[in-house]
Design a protein around this ligand. Structure first.
Ligand code: VAH
Length: 314
C-alpha cells in the first residue's frame, strides 16, 4: 500500500490520481496537513497526517499497512526565503521521519523530490551535469542539497531504498503551485485565459528548466518501478525536459491568443531564478532507467489553454 504525504499539493495531487489508476483506489492513501484540497479529500481514502510528527506518520503506516511513501510536502523556494527556519524545519523533519521509518523497516520504499534548486550561481548554467559544484543560495535549495546527502547516507548505511529526482519547474493546470519561483509559468496561462494579459515577476530572458506535469509524474512512476539494480544514483537524479524563457511562453500563447499582452516587473524571485541553471543534462536518468520526456512548449501551451478555458469559461 502507498501513502502520499502532501497529496494536496501541486505534484502530490496529480501523483495521487495517477497512482490510484495504476495500483487501485484502495491501495493509495492520500494525506495532507489539512483539508485544503477538497478534490483530493473527496476522491478516495484521505487522512490528516502531520509529517513533522513521526508518530502521526507511523499511525497511518500501521493503520493501512503502508510499504511505500511518496514524500511530496515541502516549503518551496520563494516562500522559504520569507520563512527560512520554518522551511528548514519542515523540509528536514519530514525527510528524517520518513527515512527513519524506512530504517526501522516499517516501510520498504521512499520517493523524495529534490530540485534544480540544489544548484547555485557557481554551478555551470548550461547543460548542468549530474556531478558538479552545488552552492545553493536559497534555504529551499540548501534543504534539497543536504536532503540528497541524507538519502544517499541512509541507502549506504541502512540499506533504505530511497529514490529521488531533481525536478525542474513543473507546469500543470489541475492544482495551483504554491510559493515557487517557476510558478510564473503556470500563472501566465491562467491570466491569459482570464485577462489576456500577464505581468511577469521574472525578466523576459530568464531561461529555466521546465517540464509538463504529465512528464514529471511519468518520471516519478518510472524511477519507482525501475528494478533496484537500475538505480545507481541514490542522492538524486538530474531530470530534464525543456527550457524556456517568459518571452518564449508568451510567444507560444500568442499562437492561440494573438492579442495576449505580457509585461515584466521582476521581484525578489528574479535573484532566485538567476542562481539556477538554464538547462540540465539528465543523461544518467536516460541511461539508468530509460527516462525520456514527451511534452514540448507548444504542446504544453495547447494543453494548458484548452484545459483552463474549460475551467474558466465552461
Ligand atoms: C520552486 N517549483 O520554484 C519549485 C521548484 C525548480 C523549481 O523547485 O521553488
Amino acid at each position: 500500500k502507498i501513502l502520499i504525504i502532501g497529496a494536496g499539493g501541486q505534484i502530490g495531487s496529480e501523483l495521487t490520481f495517477k497512482l490510484r489508476t495504476i495500483y487501485g483506489d484502495q491501495n493509495v492513501i492520500a494525506s495532507d496537513i489539512s483539508y485544503r484540497n477538497e478534490t483530493i479529500v473527496n476522491s478516495g481514502i484521505f487522512e490528516i497526517v502531520d509529517a513533522q510528527d513521526y508518530a502521526s506518520i507511523k499511525i497511518c503506516v500501521e493503520k493501512y499497512n503502508i510499504d511505500t511513501i511518496y514524500l511530496m510536502a515541502a516549503m518551496l523556494s520563494a516562500t522559504g526565503e520569507k520563512y527560512p527556519m520554518k522551511a528548514w524545519d519542515l523540509n528536514m523533519s519530514t525527510l528524517f521521519n520518513v527515512l527513519n521509518l524506512a530504517r526501522a523497516k516499517f516501510i520498504k520504499k521512499v520517493f523524495w523530490p529534490s530540485s534544480i534548486a540544489v544548484f547555485g550561481p557557481t554551478t555551470p548554467v548550461n547543460y548542468t551535469p549530474q556531478y558538479t559544484v552545488m552552492e545553493p543560495t536559497t534555504v529551499y535549495g540548501i534543504t534539497k542539497q543536504v536532503g540528497e546527502r541524507w538519502c544517499e547516507y541512509y541507502f549506504n548505511k541502512y540499506d533504505v531504498d530511497v529514490r529521488s529526482l531533481r525536478y525542474p519547474g513543473i507546469i500543470s493546470w489541475k492544482t495551483l503551485p504554491g510559493g515557487g519561483t517557476t510558478d510564473y509559468a503556470v500563472e501566465i496561462y491562467h491570466e491569459a485565459i482570464k485577462n489576456n494579459q500577464y505581468e511577469c515577476f521574472l525578466k523576459e530572458d530568464t531561461e529555466l528548466p521546465m517540464m509538463f506535469m504529465d512528464d514529471a509524474i511519468k518520471a516519478t512512476v518510472d524511477i519507482m518501478q525501475a528494478p533496484h539494480t537500475a538505480i545507481k544514483i541514490r542522492s538524486s537524479y538530474n531530470l530534464s525536459a525543456i527550457s524556456f524563457t517568459p518571452k518564449a511562453v508568451a510567444n507560444s500563447i500568442k499562437k492561440h491568443l494573438p492579442e495576449f499582452k505580457i509585461s515584466y516587473k521582476p521581484d525578489y524571485r528574479q535573484e532566485i531564478a538567476n542562481s539556477w541553471p538554464k538547462n540540465i543534462n539528465d543523461s544518467y536518468a536516460r541511461q539508468d532507467w530509460k527516462w525520456k520526456h514527451k511534452f514540448n512548449l507548444d504542446e504544453i501551451t495547447e494543453e494548458m489553454l484548452t484545459q483552463l478555458s474549460k475551467t474558466y469559461k465552461p
